[in-house]
Design a protein. Structure first.
Length: 153
């Protein structure tokens, strides 16, 4: 069986966002049939999507919107992958100090234009930091990897 590639695009300027990214990748690790590639939005481009089977986005909410680095990533990958990646399964994690609705709306708009397929509602982590989020994100990583492995998406 050919390994499936999971792309994690994570903007992690804070220690807590790095903890979320680490929890996600920890949960997704363990299945030999899944290769995980974790990149920052500024160090990634269309080539990173070439052979991925699904993508997980991790972004903080900044001023009621996704991080500028994540928006820049979408600006650079949008047209190059528009036709080739329709139906790509996507999951998003939004670390929101407030409500996260602006970030979610923006991600919905962009991914709808790309014709990507949400495999679950974006996970919005609102308010003050909670350590239990890492467990939740680790479980999400495991669920995504398991779904890829079993052909659910």
């Amino acid at each position: 069986m050919t390994a499936k590639h999971l792309l994690v695009v994570a903007h992690t300027p804070s220690d807590n966002l790095k903890r979320l990214k680490d929890a996600l990748t920890s949960g997704a690790t363990g299945l030999s049939s899944i290769n995980i590639r974790c990149v920052t939005p500024l160090d990634s481009g269309p080539a990173d999507l070439a052979d991925c089977a699904a993508v997980v986005l991790l972004t903080p909410e900044n001023l009621g919107y996704m991080a500028g680095a994540m928006k820049d990533w979408f600006d650079r990958i949008y047209y190059p992958v528009l036709e080739s990646h329709q139906g790509l399964p996507v999951v998003a994690i939004i670390r929101a100090g407030h409500d996260g609705t602006g970030t979610r709306r923006a991600l919905d708009t962009i991914t709808t234009g790309l014709r990507w397929r949400w495999v679950q509602e974006p996970l919005i982590l609102r308010g003050n930091w909670r350590d239990e989020w890492c467990e939740e994100i680790q479980a999400l990583g495991e669920a995504v990897a398991t779904a890829l492995d079993s052909g659910i998406f």
